[in-house]
Design a protein around this ligand. Structure first.
Ligand SMILES: Cc1cc2nc3c(=O)[nH]c(=O)nc-3n(C[C@H](O)[C@H](O)[C@H](O)COP(=O)(O)O)c2cc1C
Length: 172
């Protein structure tokens, strides 16, 4: 089973990156890290197909059986970095593939907007976006250690166990 986790923060020190690494480790998945992968800004020109990072992204998505998308909540929406990444891909990369969503927010009830936007985009890409999802607020992280706090880790485990239910049924 080939699971691909996409870290949607463009910030190398972003909390979303910490969560993405955690999830990738738990699932033994491949990490596409948008804080280090230097994708150009999608412009639809053919030359972008020759870009090494674009080719790597397409190959990784082609080979995936399932995805986890993690986005920070930025200005009441998902990150531009994740949207830009998805614009390089299409329905053939996602059709029928179980996809799990996480949002990492600044607290104060943020997070649901990026989840809803990702869910809409997942539909547009024919992904099998599962109903379970999770928002992680700053208190979910132990910043000095760049890791998730125990309670948040348990919440992540629960969502991942639900994700596995779908993986068992909808992947080969
Ligand atoms: C440009 C920008 C806009 C943000 N807007 C929001 C917001 O609308 N709602 C919110 O809950 N948090 C907001 N935040 C806080 C982030 O959600 C927070 O930093 C969180 O850790 C996820 O981002 P990160 O992975 O880049 O750290 C914003 C942060 C930045 C940098």
């Amino acid at each position: 089973m080939n699971i691909v986790v996409i870290n949607g923060t463009p910030r190398k020190y972003g909390r979303t990156r910490i969560a993405a690494k955690h999830v990738a480790e738990k699932l033994d998945a491949k990490l596409v890290d948008l804080s280090t992968l230097e994708l150009p800004l999608f412009n639809g020109e053919k030359e972008q197909k020759d870009h090494a990072e674009v080719q790597l992204l397409e190959k990784t998505a082609d080979e995936a059986d399932a995805f986890v998308w993690l986005s920070p909540e930025y200005h009441s929406g998902m990150s531009g970095a994740l949207k830009n990444c998805l614009d390089f891909l299409g329905g053939d990369h996602f059709r029928h593939k179980p996809t799990l969503l996480f949002s990492v927010a600044g607290g104060g009830k943020g997070g649901i907007n990026s989840l809803n936007q990702m869910r809409t985009i997942g539909r547009g890409l024919y992904a099998n976006v599962i109903p379970n999802q999770l928002v992680l607020d700053p208190y979910c992280f132990i910043r000095e250690e760049d890791k998730l706090a125990d309670e948040a880790s348990e919440q992540v485990d629960f969502v991942l166990s639900e994700f596995k239910w779908y993986l068992d049924r909808y992947t080969k």
